[in-house]
Design a protein around this ligand. Structure first.
Ligand SMILES: Nc1ncnc2c1ncn2[C@@H]1O[C@H](COP(=O)(O)OP(=O)(O)OP(=O)(O)O)[C@@H](O)[C@H]1O
Length: 228
């Protein structure tokens, strides 16, 4: 479902963030992307979201070459991909309900669809009782749940999570991981960049390690493999 074919990203002359990498992530995979700081993980994620373009190579999602996508088709691509960030990125002046609803308004869902789908998502992430609250009234873990609800409300086939537990204490981090695993079980492919050694070691999922812009490991049930 996601393929990187001989992908190279050079930011400017001499800064080779990714060097001729090949990755194939299958539908339903739960893949951790690990590696030391500066290894190229964020670059990998930005390429997937088409925030940046590769210098060489091809990236396909569902067989669609995203490196050749016209600007007009980028919204359709983004709809297939949900994203969750370390810093939540919720809209501060919107309630929990409105934050999730907004993602549906952007794709022009009908008010009826929104009224049906948003409460379902909030129930799924365990926040039914907090629909009217604002982000600053929530704990970090709760804010991350809202951002997950927002990321999956349009039923994307892939959920990209960039350090989703980076700002959370260990117990809360595990709650978020349980939720991500539950979403994965329902068929959503998950790609998660992380520095969380314990989480990667316990979860026993696919681990793709990047070092110096190259893939140095790709194990089906891998471990983190670095000191924290
Ligand atoms: N916009 C940019 N312009 C120039 N060089 C960049 C840019 N973004 C990243 N780089 C360089 O590309 C390399 C890979 O960076 P990247 O952010 O992908 O690493 P990372 O693995 O995500 O690191 P971290 O774990 O610290 O977030 C680094 O050498 C970095 O300095």
């Amino acid at each position: 479902m996601i393929k990187f074919l001989n992908v190279t990203k050079e930011y400017r002359e001499g800064t080779l963030a990714l060097s001729n990498i090949n990755i194939h992530i299958e539908k339903g995979d739960f893949a951790f992307i690990v590696g030391p700081s500066g290894a190229g993980k964020s670059t990998f994620i930005k390429l997937l979201l088409k925030e940046i373009e590769p210098t060489k190579g091809k990236i396909t999602i569902h067989g669609m070459d995203i490196t050749r996508l016209s600007t007009r088709k980028i919204p359709a691509l983004r709809r297939k991909i949900g994203v969750v960030f370390q810093d939540f990125r919720l809209l501060p002046n919107k309630t929990v309900y409105e934050n999730v609803a907004f993602a549906m308004e952007i794709i022009e869902a009908t008010p009826k669809e929104i009224r049906r789908q948003v409460p379902t998502m909030l129930a799924m992430v365990g926040l039914s009782g907090k629909a009217k609250m604002y982000p600053h009234e929530l704990s970090g873990g709760e804010q991350q749940r809202v951002s997950i609800a927002r990321a999956i409300v349009n039923n994307p086939s892939v959920l990209i999570a960039d350090e989703p537990t980076g700002n959370l204490d260990p117990d809360t981090a595990w709650e978020i991981m349980k939720l991500l695993k539950q979403i994965n079980r329902r068929g959503t492919t998950i790609v998660m960049a992380t520095h969380a050694k314990e989480i990667v070691d316990v979860m026993q999922q696919r681990v793709i390690a990047i070092e110096g812009g190259k893939i140095v490991r790709d194990d089906k049930k891998g471990v983190y493999g670095y000191e924290d």
